[in-house]
Write a protein that binds this ligand. Structure first.
Ligand SMILES: Cc1cc2nc3c(=O)[nH]c(=O)nc-3n(C[C@H](O)[C@H](O)[C@H](O)COP(=O)(O)O)c2cc1C
Length: 214
């Protein structure tokens, strides 16, 4: 049975990012995979990489030795057959929680050797999900978030395994826009967009989850 680990690096457990992650998980489950979801904002206290270099010592090569709330997640990813990880776009980046796991997950595998780039010889498929207020156009070739996505996709592909990206742009951020004076957003457009587009994104996520588990 395939084991898929999913990580929600957004703080909201039922919103856009979480729903897409859950849809991908559903797809994987339908193919018979065992799926475990970690909500980063529910974990015990953790940090990003603390630069201890324990993972570069002969006895621990490729293993983060920092013990905290992220340890079980990293251990689970090490033995997983697929990784689903999602983050909302926060200030043109992933969330702080995402960065913490990203630093810990990737840095342990970096060898600092010319002859061999990574200590990870067990490649698994990755699905990287990002949701944002910004529209699809912001992710087009050469647009403001194109480089951001390519950077994460490239690093995941190099150190974890072949990485697919699922973007859900121009999301509905709140249920009731009327209680805020947010002149940047057209509430009717946001709601219509959610109704017209978000469902197909969920389908896409599910299909990728299925494929991951096959
Ligand atoms: C702290 C914060 C910063 C944000 N920064 C950006 C941003 O720079 N660009 C953007 O497109 N959306 C930004 N957003 C909007 C979220 O990315 C968007 O609403 C996302 O879909 C939220 O995901 P969720 O529904 O899973 O919480 C920000 C939201 C918050 C709360």
């Amino acid at each position: 049975m395939k084991k898929i680990i999913a990580v929600n690096a957004g703080p909201r457990k039922n919103w856009n990012t979480a729903q897409l992650i859950n849809a991908a998980c559903e797809g994987a489950k339908e193919e018979g995979a065992e799926v475990k979801v970690y909500n980063m904002y529910d974990l015990e206290k953790y940090s990003g990489c603390i630069s201890c270099f324990g993972c570069k010592l002969e006895k621990n090569l490729g293993h983060c030795i920092c013990k905290d709330g992220l340890t079980p997640v990293l251990e689970d990813i090490r033995t997983a057959d697929g990784l689903i990880i999602g983050s909302p776009n926060y200030l043109s980046e992933v969330t702080a929680a995402f960065r913490a796991i990203y630093e810990r997950l990737i840095f342990q595998y970096i060898t600092y050797k010319k002859e061999q780039r990574s200590y990870n010889d067990r490649q698994i498929p990755v699905l990287f999900i990002m949701t944002s207020n910004a529209p699809d156009a912001a992710y087009e070739e050469g647009a403001m978030y194109d480089g951001l996505i390519k950077r994460y996709q490239g690093t995941f592909s190099s150190f974890i395994g072949p990485t697919k990206v699922l973007l859900a742009a121009d999301t509905k951020q709140v249920n009731n826009y009327d209680i805020y004076n947010w002149t940047m957003f057209d509430a009717a457009h946001k709601i219509a967009r959610h109704e017209e587009v978000f469902g197909s994104k969920l389908e896409e996520a599910k299909a990728i989850g299925k494929e991951m588990a096959q």
